[in-house]
Design a protein around this ligand. Structure first.
Ligand code: XIL
Length: 373
């Protein structure tokens, strides 16, 4: 074969990839500042919709499983693990050279009852619960050792007022369950980053409590790399000021910050939190944009996205990753939370997998921002 022909073939194969690993992707524009990630579901990982898989591969440099690594799904019964889906997510990320993170090891939601209840239906002893936690964390973190960069070790241990959530973990083990979880995770993979993750992190009392936890864990000799702020936002809350104040507090406590589950609901909300067991009755008034979003509201949403993204960029010395909770509006969990069956428009790609106009502006904004790393 002539050398020219060989070059032509190589160009035909390589060029489209170079073009799509777009100069203009969000991941490219945020490089050097923070990772730009997305939560993925199994249809996307399995390539059921090729366009979605392609977008995930091209626009983002980090992924997290939206559900399949949660306790209930990966460890439904004692000593019974279901690795298949999570294995596929990790392989998908590796194939696309993406950073894979793990969500989540210890959480009061989406967890099997067996964790807390013995054969007689009674609460397990503190020793038994600690042992369940140890087995669970060792098995999962061990299974993905060296392949998952970091773990949401504990999710949502605080109430918004800064008190400990009265979960089964807390009832049986007291606040030390958090420390045990971090210790076990570190033992299982000493190189993995370890995160504490929560919603409404910006609420002052909650932020204070989380910063306090970071200091306590560090004083106890535990590894903690970052606090994950889920960042499930509404149109008017949280305020930029609250977010900035909390960023400063966490930075002073000596941890990095991750925006782990970013979305901005465009709908009216009966509740500004993300505890998945809080559900409210459907009404048509609470679901106003079934046909379309009016321009004025869309504009307001765009500005909100840019304001928040601007803050993440401003704090890129400490913000290490921004992950959007869902690729497109159609697959967003917010269509069913906190009210079932609404039509929300909370993420960056629309129902036809087209980037929203704000994406271009985000890319420009990110490119003009200096890395402070
Ligand atoms: C949500 C998922 O998006 C849904 O598909 C699932 O039905 C419930 O959980 N905080 C978290 C995430 O830490 O794991 C939750 O994800 C959203 C709130």
């Amino acid at each position: 074969m002539k050398i020219k022909t060989i070059f032509a073939i190589i160009a035909i194969i390589i060029l489209p990839n170079i073009l799509t690993m777009a100069q203009n992707s969000l991941a490219e524009a945020t490089k050097g500042k923070f990772l730009f990630g997305v939560a993925v579901n199994m249809q996307q990982v399995n390539g059921v919709n090729a366009k979605e898989s392609e977008l995930i591969a091209n626009e983002f440099n980090s992924i997290v499983a939206e559900n399949c690594m949660k306790p209930q799904l990966i460890h439904p019964q004692e000593n019974k693990y279901k690795w298949a889906d999570a294995d596929k997510v990790v392989a998908f990320g590796e194939k696309n050279k993406q950073v894979v993170t793990g969500h989540c090891l210890i959480w009061h939601s989406q967890i099997g009852k067996w964790f807390f209840v013995d054969d007689n239906g009674k609460d397990v002893t503190p020793e038994a619960l600690k042992e369940h936690m140890r087995q669970h964390i060792y098995a999962i973190v061990g299974h993905y050792k060296g392949r998952v960069k970091g773990w949401d070790v504990v999710n949502e241990a605080f109430e918004d007022n800064g008190t400990y959530r009265n979960s089964k973990f807390y009832q049986i083990l007291g606040k030390d369950f958090i420390k045990y979880a971090f210790q076990f995770a570190h033992e299982a993979d000493p190189n993995a980053e370890l995160y504490y993750n929560d919603y409404n992190v910006e609420t002052p009392a909650k932020c204070e409590a989380i910063a306090g936890l970071v200091k306590e864990l560090k004083a106890a000799g535990c590894r903690i790399d970052a606090v994950g702020s889920q960042a499930h936002m509404q149109m008017d809350s949280p305020t930029p000021d609250a977010i900035e104040n909390c960023f400063k507090k966490l930075k002073a406590a000596g941890v990095k910050i991750l925006i782990t589950e970013w979305d901005i609901s465009i709908l009216p909300s009966p509740y500004s939190g993300a505890n998945i067991s809080n559900n409210f009755a459907y009404s048509r008034e609470m679901d106003p944009y079934r046909e379309a979003v009016p321009d004025s509201i869309q504009q307001k949403w765009n500005i909100r996205v840019l304001d928040m993204f601007g803050l993440f960029l401003k704090y890129n010395d400490v913000v290490d990753r921004v992950t959007v909770w869902g690729l497109n509006d159609a697959s967003s969990w917010l269509n069913n939370f906190p009210i079932l069956g609404r039509k929300d428009y909370p993420v960056l790609f629309d129902r036809n997998n087209q980037p929203k106009s704000v994406v271009d502006e985000m890319i420009k904004m990110a490119k003009n921002y200096k890395s402070q790393k």
